[in-house]
Design a protein. Sequence first.
Length: 309
Amino acid sequence: MSNRNTQASKQAARERIRAQREKEKKKERLRRQLIVAVSVVGVLAVAGGIGYAVMKANEPTGWEAAKEAKLVTPAHTQGKNGTEILIGDKKATQTLEVFEDVRCPACAAFEQTTGRELLKDIHDGRFKVRFTMYSFIDDAQGGEGSKNALSALGAALNISPEVFLKYKSALYSAKYHPDEREDLYAKDAELLKVAADVPELKGNKAFEKQVKDGTYDRWAMEMTALFGRKGVRGTPTFMHGDKKLTMAEIPQRQMTQQQYEALAQANFRKMIDAEFGPAKGGADKGGDAGKDGGGQGIAKGEKDPTGGN
């Protein structure tokens, strides 16, 4: 074999080796590119998943979400967003305003001892009553029982004002009202158990569904947003127009439950008589109260004369 052939063979071999190496390099570059591409897609997918998770985590839930829910107002309400619960004889010329929180122990004490006196005045047509319901104890003690009970009260009010009053009395009753530190009314089952003592609510499937579905949750949020209305930040509070009424305190001394209730009722009666004048056997429709600036009440469809919400 000549040297020329030997050199040619070596050159050809080197070319084949170089070609093979180039081919392998191209394959390696392609493999690395594929790995990078897949990694980028993976990172984007993870980032997208994280972004979606963060977005979902930032979405409001529970009662925060209720603020954005569709507003459904109960029947028998008035005013902006249905936040005026006005109950009583349409002919009554005066309006007593009552501010309460369902979890409030002082409200429960008032309802248990004196609630019947207030209901009698409503039924006698002495005045109408506007109820403003707060939920500040949920914030102070933690929980959501005030808001949840108020939503259920909306379902009762949707049936009738009378059912609303009966259910409210049951919620405040000594039989059911929990210690304010116990958030029992956050449970729908507890609210329905109380409702079973109200004939119009017992076994009422429509009412039960509204409670469980939270039909009036948004309405409850609108109502509790009135916290601080007319400067009222504690419950129970009673107002006639822009005048805050004051009830005498019960002295700290030993007495029977019957004596305590009698004194509480007497103090309430004294406060109401001083503002509205003595009751006139059920025929009183507000008397001359309010002529001296005490307030003219809120007639149906009329704007709150004090300019409050």
